[in-house]
Design a protein around this ligand. Structure first.
Ligand SMILES: [Zn+2]
Ligand SMILES: [Zn+2]
Length: 187
C-alpha cells in the first residue's frame, strides 16, 4: 500500500487499481466491480474481469475428479484400441481411414466425456489423447497378434508392423488429435 499523501490531493474523483494503487483506472470488473488496471484486467467472452473472478470461474468449471481423469483415459484407450485392432484386421482402404479418423476421434471423445458426466479437468485433453495413443498401440498389437494366429508378437515384429502400417498410424494420430481438440480446456 502506498502512502495516501502520494496520491494527488485534488484528484477530481480519480480512481485507482485495487492491486496497483499507483495506477489510475476507471475500468471495473463486471462481476465483482473492483477497479483494475490494464494489466489486472482479463478479457473474457463476457467482458473484462479481474483475475480472482476468472480463477473462481475456472475452478467451478473444472469439476472432474481424479477418478474422472482415469475413466476418460481408460475409455479413450479401450475405444481407440478396438478401432485400431479392427483396422489391423480388416482391409479398410486408406481413403476411408483418412475420412473416418476425425469423426472416429470425435465419437471416442464424446463417449468418454459422457462417461464422466461432462466434467472437465485442466489436462483432460492431454489425458484423453494419451489414452487414445496408448490404446491405439495396444489395439494394433492385438490386431497383429490375431493376424499371426494368436501368438503374442515380439516387440520387434510389433515395431515393424507399426512403422510399416503408416495408414493405421495416421488413423491413430487423427483419433488422438480429435480427442485432444474436443476435450482440451481452452483458457
Ligand atoms: Zn472480479
Ligand atoms: Zn493493476
Amino acid at each position: 500500500m502506498i502512502d495516501a499523501n502520494q496520491l494527488p490531493s485534488a484528484d477530481g474523483g480519480l480512481t485507482y487499481c485495487a492491486v496497483h494503487p499507483d495506477r489510475e483506472t476507471s475500468l471495473r470488473c463486471n462481476k465483482c466491480g473492483r477497479l483494475m488496471c490494464a494489466e489486472c484486467a482479463v478479457l473474457t467472452p463476457v467482458g473484462y474481469r479481474c483475475r480472482e473472478c476468472v480463477r473462481g470461474h475456472q475452478e467451478r468449471f473444472l469439476k472432474a475428479s481424479r477418478a474422472d481423469n482415469v475413466i476418460v483415459f481408460v475409455v479413450c484407450a479401450l475405444l481407440s484400441g478396438v478401432m485400431l485392432a479392427l483396422v489391423k484386421l480388416l482391409p479398410i482402404p486408406l481413403i476411408f481411414l483418412l475420412l473416418l479418423g476425425l469423426p472416429a476421434g470425435g465419437l471416442v471423445a464424446e463417449l468418454a466425456f459422457r462417461a464422466v458426466g461432462r466434467r472437465r479437468s485442466r489436462y483432460l485433453g492431454e489425458i484423453a489423447a494419451a489414452g487414445a495413443a496408448l490404446g491405439a498401440v495396444l489395439g494394433m498389437a492385438v490386431g497383429v497378434a490375431i493376424a499371426v494366429n494368436g501368438r503374442i508378437p515380439s516387440l520387434e515384429a510389433l515395431f515393424q508392423a507399426l512403422i510399416r502400417d503408416w495408414p493405421a498410424l495416421i488413423f491413430a494420430a487423427m483419433i488422438a488429435g480429435a480427442v485432444y481438440v474436443r476435450l482440451r480446456v481452452k483458457f
